[in-house]
Unconditional design. Structure first.
Length: 566
């Protein structure tokens, strides 16, 4: 019988497997064995702190206490009949319960499908059906979302879904997740290395892709590639036993999970603190309480932290390093981080599919502030190519293609996407437009699929956003393409004002500023829109389609109101 851990996995070629194993970057531990060894070695040390199950009070756990709770949770899950190779959709916010449940699934060899708190019925149904998941484990912490009602909808839509547990005291018609921990479901403590051994070459977990349109694809990450991902990232960050990593972004995302994230922190002997929300009002308190030294944000949240620091107070002085990734950080904002937040900046450009790039501590400020870093591994292979797949000259812009020891070889059960996304020799077509400097650092200049086709010209959305972000009156910005019969698409700049009571900049003001910056005229916005905040996808990227729909509806309503007044 075939191993279910390899179902949906596109393997690396045997020659690459031998190369990575021979070089020692791929080991023979699976995540359960790795975890047990590290927690046993730190049995009496504080390892994890954060909110407990069902939003209960802040909880601190030593390695031994964490091992015990993981074993109890694994026992409860096992009593449900979950076995090695099963799939379970895990959709939980940032709490100790997330980490304990995730590690319990690893213990059993059950493969977690990591949904994000912001996902809704459409995405969750898709994940369950695609993976034949036997259970949905969720938390009720996401504001504005009734997870009990979602559970009822899932039960009606997918009768084959066997188990629904929600991390809340009142789970309604479903069951409370804490029941698995306290034995109410008949569970017994299960050792982390119990049962048939999990092959480290098999799938450890499934991450969701960060696309801005359509249903997310699933990304299979193996035990050995993901452990390398986390350990190498922790080394690049200089993380060690004196550090505490604050999980501020949704923990199920690749960035706070393993770049280096909580897995990298555990590998380096650092502590982990689970922060329930990344807003500065909450995060700064968690930093102080846990004496956190490292955390990660996306650019929109960096600007929120900067605004808060300017009006109230900077983060506690213990914070030494702020990682920023998920989208390009403009140089103006980057320059503000050290003087205003009091910590060093590390830019991170990567993807849940694999390749990671980091600026290094020894890099000069100009590279830290204006580039998105160098590849993590000496075994990362990258090509920068033109529209015909031909390598561009050094320093020129092109699409980034990559392959290596922690970059996937194919999405999970997505044949059509794989034909589009991978070359015959295994390079992943990232869709990112980059330049590579002579230092090896990459500068991200947008995405092939995040461009506006205005007439015969192509407008880079992220390049225009980076310039607009330098406007004094602007707090946040997004650029979208609106349908146009004449040009195909028009360029619309969507602005969030720093002071909503101040006069709004006009389109002429914005265009004059961009012309002064030397921008090509075809990139000038055709229209402006003002919003209270830029909507984001579940993984922190700009929700461009949502913005477009909002603008179109708003303009339609304005036209209707105008007609009714005549």
């Amino acid at each position: 019988m075939s191993d279910p851990a390899f179902d949906g996995l596109t393997p690396w070629p045997e020659a690459m497997v031998e190369q990575y194993c021979r070089a020692g970057i791929w080991g023979e531990e699976n995540l359960a064995e790795w975890l047990e060894a590290r927690l046993t070695a730190r049995a009496q040390e504080l390892v994890l702190s954060g909110p407990g199950f069902a939003g209960t009070a802040w909880q601190e756990l030593t390695g031994a206490e964490l091992l015990q709770q993981i074993g109890q949770m694994a026992g409860g899950l096992s009593q449900l009949g979950l076995v090695r190779g099963d799939r379970v959709v895990l959709q939980m916010g940032n709490s100790n319960a997330f980490l304990i449940t995730l590690f319990a699934l690893f213990t059993l060899g059950v493969i977690p499908v990591l949904a994000l708190p912001g996902h809704r019925r459409r995405e969750i149904e898709h994940f369950i059906r695609l993976t034949n998941a036997r259970a949905w484990l969720a938390s009720a912490s996401d504001a504005g979302m009734d997870f009990r009602e979602l559970g009822t909808q899932l039960r009606a839509a997918i009768p084959a879904l066997e188990h629904i547990f929600i991390d809340t005291q009142d789970a309604g018609p479903h069951r409370a997740l804490a029941n698995l921990l306290n034995g109410a479901c008949g569970g017994r403590n299960t050792s982390l290395a119990t049962g048939q051994r999990v092959d480290p070459a098999g799938i450890a977990l499934l991450l969701c892709s960060g696309g801005t349109t359509g249903l997310p694809k699933l990304i299979p990450r193996t035990h050995r590639d993901y452990l390398y991902n986390a350990a190498a990232s922790a080394a690049v960050c200089g993380m060690g036993p004196d550090d505490c990593y604050l999980v501020a972004l949704p923990a199920a995302h690749n960035f706070p999970l393993a770049c280096p994230g909580l897995l990298g922190a555990l590998n380096a002997g650092a502590r982990i603190a689970m922060c329930p929300a990344p807003s500065p009002e909450i995060a700064f308190g968690c930093i102080a309480r846990a004496q956190a030294t490292v955390t990660a944000l996306v650019p929109p949240l960096v600007r929120v932290w900067l605004d808060y620091a300017a009006e109230f107070a900077a983060p506690p002085e213990c914070l030494r390093l702020l990682q920023v990734g998920g989208a390009r950080l403009d140089a103006g904002t980057a320059r503000r981080i050290r003087p205003e937040l009091g910590c060093a900046l590390q830019q991170v450009f990567g993807m849940a599919e694999g390749l990671l790039n980091y600026t290094r501590a020894q890099d000069p400020d100009v590279l830290v502030q204006s580039t998105q870093g160098c590849p993590l591994s000496p075994f990362d292979e990258i090509r920068i190519v033109d529209a015909d797949g031909i390598d561009v000259p050094p320093g020129k812009r092109g699409e980034l293609w990559t392959r290596g020891p922690y970059t996937l070889r194919g999405y999970y059960k997505a044949e059509e996407a794989n034909r589009r996304s991978f070359t015959d020799d295994g390079y992943y077509r990232s869709g990112d437009l980059v330049r590579q400097l002579s230092t090896g650092h990459l500068v991200v200049e947008g995405r092939i699929r995040e461009v506006i086709r205005r007439g015969a010209e192509t407008v880079s959305v992220e390049a225009l956003e980076a310039l607009l972000a330098q406007l004094d009156a602007v707090k946040d910005v997004a650029v979208v393409g609106l349908p146009c019969e004449r040009l195909g698409e028009q360029v619309c700049a969507v602005l969030v004002l720093a002071d909503r009571s101040a006069p709004k900049p006009t389109l002429s003001d914005v265009r004059a500023f961009l012309i002064e910056e030397g921008i090509a005229r075809f990139m000038l916005p055709d229209s402006l829109e003002f919003v209270a905040q830029v909507p984001l996808t579940a993984v922190g990227k700009i929700a461009r389609q949502q913005l477009i729909t909002h603008i179109q509806q708003s303009r339609k309503n304005s036209e209707s109101q105008g007609v009714s007044l005549l």
